[in-house]
Design a protein around this ligand. Structure first.
Ligand SMILES: Nc1ncnc2c1ncn2[C@@H]1O[C@H](COP(=O)(O)OP(=O)(O)OP(=O)(O)O)[C@@H](O)[C@H]1O
Length: 232
């Protein structure tokens, strides 16, 4: 797996949001995109997933150009997406939500057992409507829905949002373990310091639609350095 982004400019109705974004992610890495509200983190993930067409730029995945391809085509290339606010189908059951995820992947039944191992609550609540579950459980479902498609790259948009702190910690650990066990490369966006420090091997800081810093190694565990890009 390799992801290389160069000269990416994207926005909405002619209003530029992302400006000349360039970075890369290597196989098996966990990389965080960190930054305050409204700096363009979601816009970046949507552009990578094909949900928003960039104005200019290259998004190369395993050497192949992704720009201009639909989200479905991304999914067929083993890119999983966990959207901001989870976006599970509230009127479908947990199991039905997972079936939607499976339909974009290669449909391997053993994936269910694996995701239920990670998130036993989803097996217990397989027949419950997703909309009746807590924010944290819905977040687990959104991650599980992406996982049944057997992604080699997982894009995760603010896993901590609307999730109570004790569950945030467990979701952070789950994502780390998924990377460890399956070798899934993870690119996530966050502004929650404990998620960033618990998960990221390195980070890119984004401000006003531009990557302004790369934080690597021990610096990821230094609160001050990260807070500079998170706290107003
Ligand atoms: N569909 C849209 N149409 C027009 N403008 C939008 C749209 N979505 C987002 N924006 C604007 O683009 C900018 C970047 O938003 P984006 O959601 O990418 O930021 P973010 O860093 O993910 O923030 P947050 O953490 O609040 O989700 C913001 O000014 C936002 O108002």
């Amino acid at each position: 797996m390799s992801l290389e982004i160069a000269n990416l400019n994207a926005g909405y109705d002619g209003t530029p949001i992302l400006r000349d974004v360039a970075f890369s992610v290597d196989d098996g890495e966990i990389v965080g995109i960190v930054g305050r509200n409204g700096v363009g983190k979601t816009t970046l993930l949507k552009s990578i997933m094909g949900l928003l067409e960039p104005e200019t730029g290259r998004i190369q995945y395993n050497g192949e150009e992704l720009t201009g391809r639909s989200p479905d085509e991304h999914a067929k290339r083993s890119i999983g997406y966990v959207p901001q606010g989870r976006d599970v189908f509230p009127d479908l059951t947990v199991k039905e939500n997972l079936l939607v995820g499976e339909s974009v992947g290669d449909g391997d039944e053993t994936r269910y057992e694996q995701v239920y191992d990670y998130f036993p609550i989803l097996e217990e609540r397989a027949d419950q409507d997703a909309g009746t579950m807590s924010g944290g459980q819905q977040q687990m479902l959104a991650i599980a829905r992406a996982l049944v498609g057997d992604p080699e790259l997982l894009l995760v948009d603010e896993p901590s949002e609307g999730v109570q702190p004790s569950i945030v910690q467990s979701i952070t650990e789950d994502l780390k373990q998924i990377n460890d066990e399956f070798g899934t490369t993870i690119l996530f966006v966050e502004q929650n310091l404990s998620v960033i420090q618990g998960l990221a091997e390195r980070c890119y800081a984004i401000d006003h639609g531009t990557i302004v810093d790369e934080i690597t190694g021990d610096a990821v565990s230094e609160r001050d350095q990260l807070e500079e890009y998170l706290v107003v």
